[in-house]
Design a protein around this ligand. Sequence first.
Ligand SMILES: Nc1ncnc2c1ncn2[C@@H]1O[C@H](COP(=O)(O)OP(=O)(O)OP(=O)(O)O)[C@@H](O)[C@H]1O
Length: 583
Amino acid sequence: LLLLSIFLDNILALYVHVGEECFQQHGPTLMFSNIKYCIQERVGLLCKKGPEKVILKDISGILKPGMNAIMGPTGSGKTSLLDVIAGRKDPAGLRHGTVFVDGRPVTNDLRLTSAYVVQDDVLMGTLSVRENLLFSANLRLDPKNHSSADKQSRVENILEELGLTECANTKIGTDFIRGVSGGERKRCSIGMELITAPSLLFLDEPTTGLDAYTANCIISLLHKLSRNGKTVIFSIHQPRYSIFEQFDQLTLMHKGDVVYAGKADKALEYFSLLDGNNPLLVQFRKSPQCQQEFEEVEQVCQAFEGGLKTKGEKVDYVTSFFYQMRILSHRAVLNLLRTPQTSYAQWALTVFFALLVGLIYYQIPLTLPEGLQNRSGAFFFLVINVVFSNLGAVELFIKERSVFIHENANGYYRTSVYFLSKIGADLLPNRIVPNIFFSAISYYMMGLKPAFLSFLCFTLTMTLTSIGAVSVAFMVSATVNSLAMANLLVALPFVIMMVFGGFLVNLNNMLSWLSWLEWINPFKNQNIRLVLCCSIQGEMFLQGQGIDYSRWGFWQNQVALIGISSVCLVVAYIQLRRIKRWK
Ligand SMILES: Nc1ncnc2c1ncn2[C@@H]1O[C@H](COP(=O)(O)OP(=O)(O)OP(=O)(O)O)[C@@H](O)[C@H]1O
């Protein structure tokens, strides 16, 4: 009897082993119940609210450990279903429905505890594959539980597991740098998510844009991961048979409905037995497998009835503000050093214009009236230069927008940390230091007041004017997502401010009701013209223009410039926070 029981045990174990296709470890089971998702259509030129479009129609299903493919024709709702169950879709459109993981309802916090690989890889192109993975490890693994060596070894393991060892030190690639191949990029994106060892992995069309061989490699990799304790759920468009063969479960969508859900290898048989006179959906709803699935989902729902709307525990960042600041500043500096083209251009422009203005107004004579006229013209030219040469700052938040949205939505770092690290890495090397050089070259070439204090006043004003202009550009950059739009929005106020800057229109005599503009206008830094006061005529000139050239008059203007910059930077930060993280 004993021998017989051992024999039966072995047979049973073998059966389970073969039946589950060598699962070494089981991932979680995900259920979704009665999901209805709508979008508000906008019509007409004024984008008035139109009718609601239902894109997921009361659908339920079970996604089991292994490879779960969501398929369907274009526009059928594959990506929407994936996004809703992964907690990535705007909850405003969710009319009702619940997602359960291992029988427990989950909220949008699932997005911080699961992994989601987006369709368009969002990686920092200037960093190598290894550096990108380390970035993810540094920000997403709790430093209290994971030492630096631990993070390093996790990165090395992932590199090996994903077959990325050979290209580990190759940069991902940017417009200027030729980087890794498409397949390596995709594997690196998957690796970024595997760092936290999540048991649930969502992927939006992981094979789109890849050749047949690479697509096969990616699916084989996912298959391998699914056998090691991960539930892999992905949307996919027209897979080849060799890819389809590797799916365990298939959910087939059509116009927002599920028309098949079950084992992938039974799908062909199921469809071949269908009655051609009845719609697919009706036949699926009547099928025993659908009934069984509904019952299973219903049981789980009933167990949590009443508690379905409970909010999950708030998931916080695993790293502190200052730690995130260190990691992000390091990346921002690396980025700057590895794409020096923009900085080179900024420096070249600075030196060129400093020399140009210096040569045009070289050692301005003190004779009247040309002395005053030339000085006045020189300051106008200087301010135009300082303001317009910083227009390039509008790309700051636009260029990396998708990377920021992805990383921030996935809980890598706080918005404030990203904002401060970007501003810091841009202001100092690209604005403040070049501006000091610009001021020094132009000031001494023009032969203005020799007193060093006057030069310091001049440099301070020029620098604050530059920061004021850059802050306006940052504010626009955080508000819009297209460079063309940003250029338009930033150039327009600058031109208007230039007109009312006190150089072209004397606001005291004409349009005095607009005199308040001076306090929100980076051009209105008449205090530079304090340097004009090289003689009694200079002071008279300023007096004639209604400019307060006292010490307080000078600081008043500096405070106004600091005010402009602060307000614009605060608005830029608020705008960054308001960027939609939902899909
Ligand atoms: N945020 C949104 N705003 C407007 N329409 C949306 C939005 N999200 C989804 N839709 C619409 O819902 C429908 C389903 O979109 P979804 O992206 O889920 O389809 P899909 O099956 O993944 O298609 P594809 O294979 O082409 O990516 C489409 O008609 C799409 O236009």
